[in-house]
Design a protein around this ligand. Structure first.
Ligand code: ADP
Length: 379
């Protein structure tokens, strides 16, 4: 054997040793001369190349990277890994389908894993069914509760209105020979029955809204003039405590389509709260901004502010926060929940920004055309 042939054979042996030790050797240089040696070198190079391709595929795959591209079809060493890759890819797709609620997916490979996966899908399907049944039962119970509260509140309203009316009548009657003590008791009766009437009206609103019977009667109008009128009435009430309620705006009218009595309820609640929770002598500023297709209204006060932890629940029914109402005022925790439902029924959104000690700004948007998502950030 020629020395050059011996060197070529040693190089082949070196490459095979490296391969058997799990390394990827450099390919062999083209061997000249003997045709048999030339063929041997090119086959060893082929094995080296296929090994490198398999490793580049399997390493990321073993770390869960399914997006890695598979070696070319001619690489027979890679075929079992390619099979595994395509099954794992399919499994991922199946898991995504299950997450979207398609419980017909079943896995039929990897023994124990298949059993566990299929069992998980079956029990998820059972649980979802049970959950749906429970939701149905709860919805029926909630409807019953709403009907009951609705009927009870409705029946309580008339006698209460009579009590309030008669006590107001007696108080306004100068000829009534009432002692001062009796007058004071009557005033308390009138005040308490007014409070109860308001509470009952709020409860009726909540049940009506919850059962989807909030009947909006939208009409076209100038929201700016409307807000000025409502704020004007609130300003008269606030004057008693030296609180100034002002409306800041541009001068142009602000066309919008809205249900006036319902929107009045929203504005009354926001301005009323701003006054109710603020100290005497402070200022409440109502702002009406009229942009293309969207009205944005904000009510800013100089009150106590709202702690960050309360901001998430403030628009939920019966939420009563740490802020204390002014003496003589009551808090039921229903006003903001009703305001939110009314604004949302108009296609708008409601929110609040607040910092303890610096006051609060409640705001809501109102699409110029109800139901059209024309306000930025409204989803
Ligand atoms: P109510 O006014 O009857 O309590 P709301 O739903 O209108 O019901 O308000 C819920 C709670 O949110 C209030 O009890 C109060 O803690 C807080 N809150 C509302 N508006 C303000 C405000 N402008 N400043 C501080 N706290 C407020």
């Amino acid at each position: 054997m020629e020395p050059s042939e011996r060197a070529a054979l040693r190089a082949v042996a070196d490459r095979l040793r490296e391969l058997s030790e799990g390394r990827i050797p450099e390919p062999l240089a083209a061997a000249g001369g003997d045709a048999g040696l030339h063929d041997l070198a090119s086959r060893v190079n082929q094995i080296i190349e296929q090994h490198a391709e398999v490793l580049a595929f399997v390493r990321p795959l073993s770390q869960g990277v399914l997006s890695v591209s598979a070696p070319p079809a001619r690489n027979f060493l890679a075929s079992p890994f390619k099979e595994l890759h395509s099954r794992l890819t399919h499994l991922t797709w199946q898991a995504e389908r299950v997450a979207q609620g398609d419980y017909s997916q079943r896995v039929d490979f990897m023994g124990d894993f298949s059993r566990a996966f299929n069992f998980m899908v079956e029990s998820l399907e059972r649980k979802e069914l049970q959950l749906r049944e429970k939701i149905g039962e709860l919805e029926a119970l909630n409807r019953q509760k709403n009907e009951f509260v609705g009927v009870a509140a409705h029946d309580l309203r008339s006698p209460l209105a009579v009590i309030e009316m008669y006590s107001a009548f007696l108080l306004g009657e100068p000829a009534a020979a009432l002692k001062e003590k009796e007058r004071e008791f009557l005033r308390i009766i009138a005040l308490q029955s007014r409070f109860m009437l308001n509470l009952i009206n709020d409860l009726l609103d909540v049940t009506r809204i919850e059962s989807g019977n909030l009947d909006l009667r939208p009409q076209e109008g100038d929201f700016l003039a409307f807000a000025r009128r409502v704020a004007g009435l609130q300003a008269l009430l606030a004057e008693r405590r030296g609180i100034a309620v002002t409306v800041e705006d541009g001068d142009a009218p602000c066309a919008a389509v809205f249900d006036p009595p319902r929107m009045e309820q929203v504005l009354n609640n926001l301005i009323g709260n701003a006054v109710k929770f603020s100290g005497d002598g402070t200022r409440v500023t109502v702002r009406v901004e009229c942009a293309a297709g969207c009205v944005r209204v904000s009510v800013a006060d100089q009150g106590p502010g709202i702690p960050a932890g309360e901001l998430r629940t403030i628009f939920k029914e019966f939420h009563r926060g740490t802020a204390q109402p002014a003496p003589g005022e009551r808090s039921t925790g229903l006003g903001l929940a009703i305001a939110r439902r009314i604004v949302e029924a108009h296609g708008g959104t409601i929110g609040v920004e607040s910092e303890v000690g610096k006051g609060s700004t409640f705001f809501f948007t109102l699409p110029a055309v109800p139901g059209e998502r024309t306000c930025p950030g409204g989803d």
